[in-house]
Ligand binder design. Structure first.
Ligand code: AMP
Length: 437
């Protein structure tokens, strides 16, 4: 199949050429015709499959006709990074269309967003907290919305956003086209789809990138030897761009600092950074100024850096889905990539779960010449013990990390939880920009 078969407006085709996309990816081939036909679509697809362009291209096509200067398409993303990434795709593919888009998320100036909205836009890429703020202040209206996209819906659900999504849905016209993308389809997301979508078409794309183009290997190691083994691996293997995952923000920061001390062009990305510093870390990683980025799952969600050669799991993820998400960052668009995971005895059950999902055994590797029997250094307190589980208040459901759109996290099913927001950090809209953890 070729992009010609969609008969896109020539201004959109020019954008596709600029990005040097030759043919549609499987998710694009399956989703785009339905969206162009005006159908609601459930897309079960992960990052790395080309899902962003699968909704952006037909969206641009629809918006080329009809009025300009009013908000007609809304894309809701769970994190600021993903929102920025989607915005980048809209700007690149839509650069010849004259259509205007804005990102709305917390942690950055409210007034600058209002100015941008006043100049007139057709598309908004948003995180929920800040969108609700704008709706509350009357600076955004969804009255003319024609298209709504919920991206990474399972992630939004995990982060407790479901009540916010419902609040947004109530403010949109009933006669709208709705697209929902999710890597997995648990019952709660299925229920949301039943509420929000009309007679949707379901499209499922398998784990294209990890299954076909990524080499997986696990490196058994004692917990206190993880850092020395990582450093030895970095010295031994031929890497371009390396994305390293840790289980906590603190470990991401510490490991990033350690690698910088050792002379690596490294940085870390975790929820404690200001938006400017997060963006600087991401931009630096994308343009190659940093060769290594150390990140937590949430901070790295949706990172799209096409040249990532290695994903290294310094800490094993909590679920098999998180593993496939992480390694979805390498081996993209027909490149090959490597996924290395440092595993300790405690990770045996998770290894089996991942092997079940991948349908193949993970290769066990030992690094030749590495001293696997070295004793624990007396002062390496942080890395010698397993990461501490985050502390939760009693009766509070578990969250994986604070809401990366900069608004306070709330437990799922409890929209009014405000216990952790400190005074003094509130502003006119009533929502705090405070992060909980
Ligand atoms: P996504 O799943 O939307 O994050 O996209 C993953 C990567 O695939 C991004 O780097 C896109 O630029 C790239 N991509 C998307 N569509 C195509 C295409 N048709 N041909 C080649 N690369 C693509």
């Amino acid at each position: 199949m070729s992009f010609d078969s969609f008969a896109f407006n020539p201004r959109i085709t020019a954008g596709i050429h600029d990005l040097k996309y030759q043919d549609p990816t499987p998710v694009q081939a399956q989703v785009i015709p339905h969206v162009l036909a005006g159908r609601d679509v459930i897309g079960i697809a992960q990052t790395g499959t080309g899902k962003t362009a699968a909704f952006v291209l037909p969206m641009l096509q629809r918006l080329m006709q009809g009025p300009r200067g009013r908000l007609r398409a809304l894309i809701v993303a769970p994190t600021r990074e993903l929102a920025e990434q989607i915005q980048g795709v809209i700007e690149a593919l839509g650069q010849h269309t004259g259509l205007r888009s804005v990102t709305l998320y917390g942690g950055v100036s409210f007034n600058a967003q209002i100015q941008r909205l006043r100049r007139g836009i057709e598309i908004a890429v948003v995180c929920l907290g800040r969108l609700l703020d704008h709706l509350g202040q009357g600076t955004v209206s969804l009255d003319h919305l024609e298209m709504l996209v919920l991206d990474e819906a399972d992630q939004m659900f995990d982060m407790g956003f479901l009540p916010d999504i419902r609040r947004i849905l109530r403010q949109t016209p009933a006669r709208r086209q709705t697209l929902l993308f999710s890597a997995t389809m648990p019952n709660d997301i299925r229920a949301l789809a039943d509420e929000a979508l009309r007679n949707p078409v379901s499209v499922q794309i398998g784990r294209v990138a990890p299954a076909t183009t990524v080499n997986h290997a696990i490196y058994p190691v004692a917990p206190h030897l993880k850092t020395p083994l990582l450093i030895e691996l970095l010295q031994t293997i031929d890497t371009e761009s390396v994305l390293i995952f840790t289980s906590t923000k603190h470990r991401a920061k510490r490991l990033g600092e350690k690698l910088v001390q050792l002379g690596y062009r490294a940085t870390s990305l975790q929820g404690n950074l200001s938006q400017n510093r997060r963006q600087a870390a991401l931009d630096g990683f994308r343009d190659g100024s940093y060769q290594i980025l150390v990140a937590t799952d949430i901070a790295a969600r949706g990172i799209d850096v096409s040249s990532i050669s290695h994903v290294i799991n310094y800490d094993m993820p909590n679920t098999a889905e998180a593993y496939t998400h992480r390694i979805g960052r390498t081996g993209r668009a027909a490149r090959t990539g490597d996924a290395l995971t440092l595993v300790t005895n405690e990770d045996a059950a998770m290894i089996r779960a991942i092997e079940r999902v991948l349908g193949a055994a993970l290769k066990r590797e030992l690094l030749a010449g590495f001293d696997y029997n070295a004793p624990a250094p007396i002062r390496d307190a942080e890395f010698a013990r397993p990461p501490r589980e985050p502390q939760y208040r009693r009766n509070e459901p578990r969250r994986r990390e604070s809401r990366p759109d900069g608004t306070p996290a709330r437990p799922a099913h409890s929209p009014h939880h405000a216990g952790a927001a400190r005074p003094g950090n509130r502003r006119a809209g009533g929502r705090s920009e405070e992060r909980i953890r």
